[in-house]
Design a protein around this ligand. Sequence first.
Ligand code: VGL
Ligand code: ZN
Length: 213
Amino acid sequence: MVDSVSANPLFPGLGDALVVIDVQRDFLAGGALSVPRGDEVIPVLNRYLKLFESRSLPIFASRDWHPRTHCSFAEQGGPWPAHCVRDSFGAEFPPELQLPSQVQVVSKATEPDREAYSDFAGKDFDDRLQERQIRRLFVGGLATEYCVLETVRDAVARGYAVLLLIDAIRPLNVMPEDGRLAEEEMVRLGAVPIRWEDLVRAGCTQVATRRPL
Ligand code: VGL
Ligand code: ZN
């Protein structure tokens, strides 16, 4: 008999990883480059974190980790105010984000002269995914049209299946349609947009708990 749980394509299991992109203080309310309504991704991501943790599935959290003189900063002629300077308060993950102790941190855009929006910009991330035979990524975080888009683009190009956590991403929207266009682009590339509600409805979200005696 087919187990309805393992036959469910949304069910996180072996070969899946959760990828939380750049949920850092500087991208949140009051931060140096705050994403409008960026804080709203945190409670949704916390549900995924708990789900993946309860199933002992791999969890990656990437962080923008710039040197003080990064080329993307306005002082160097770049488009952004200084943000996510490595080891600074603004580069920290917020305490509200419930990262488990075994989270795997991916640091990116660490070189002064190079911008790197994608988690795959260094070879390291791909190597770590391959080591663990990960085939499918559940992707959420900030910001939709920069680091999320470029990570999804690279993931699809490398042959990973991508489930885009559409209720756990937010855009900077420098231009008002940027976020919407990026979502459309990711879907066009083959990412499958899902909401937490979709997993609830499919019965995927029961976190394993001990049965009361
Ligand atoms: C990002 C702008 C500048 C991002 C990083 O994480 O999406 N956006 N640096
Ligand atoms: Zn940056």
